[in-house]
Design a protein around this ligand. Structure first.
Ligand SMILES: [Zn+2]
Length: 114
């Protein structure tokens, strides 16, 4: 992959990492049990649960984004972690933190289903 593309991916991954890191901080400061009555508390509990769900999804994404950034620094970005083939450019454009080429991804997903 050429330097220009790497630079572009690096930029977009860094931006994503920043957003995710900020979200993690924000959600942490959500009050634990804010609300006057039972209904408020129930709503709040639900909101909190959704927050936590979102947060764990974001945390997983943040880990993937950070891993992709370290692959950029190591010079292995864009290579499939399984077969070391170059990952399709369109696939990388869509998901810059993707780990596997489409062939390996399908293989892995197929194994999971069974
Ligand atoms: Zn592969």
């Amino acid at each position: 992959m050429d330097h220009k593309s790497i630079g572009r991916f690096n930029k977009s991954l860094e931006a994503r990492r920043l957003i995710l890191a900020q979200t993690q901080g924000k959600l942490l400061s959500t009050p634990a049990d804010y609300g006057k009555d039972e209904g408020d508390r129930a709503n709040n509990a639900l909101a909190r649960e959704l927050d936590l769900e979102q947060k764990s999804r974001d945390r997983a994404l943040l880990t993937s984004v950070e891993a992709a950034l370290s692959r950029i620094h190591e010079g292995t970005f864009g290579q499939c972690l399984n077969c070391s083939q170059e990952i399709n450019a369109k696939r990388l454009e869509a998901i810059p933190w993707v780990r596997y080429c489409i062939t390996c991804q399908e293989l892995i997903d197929g194994t999971k289903e069974k």
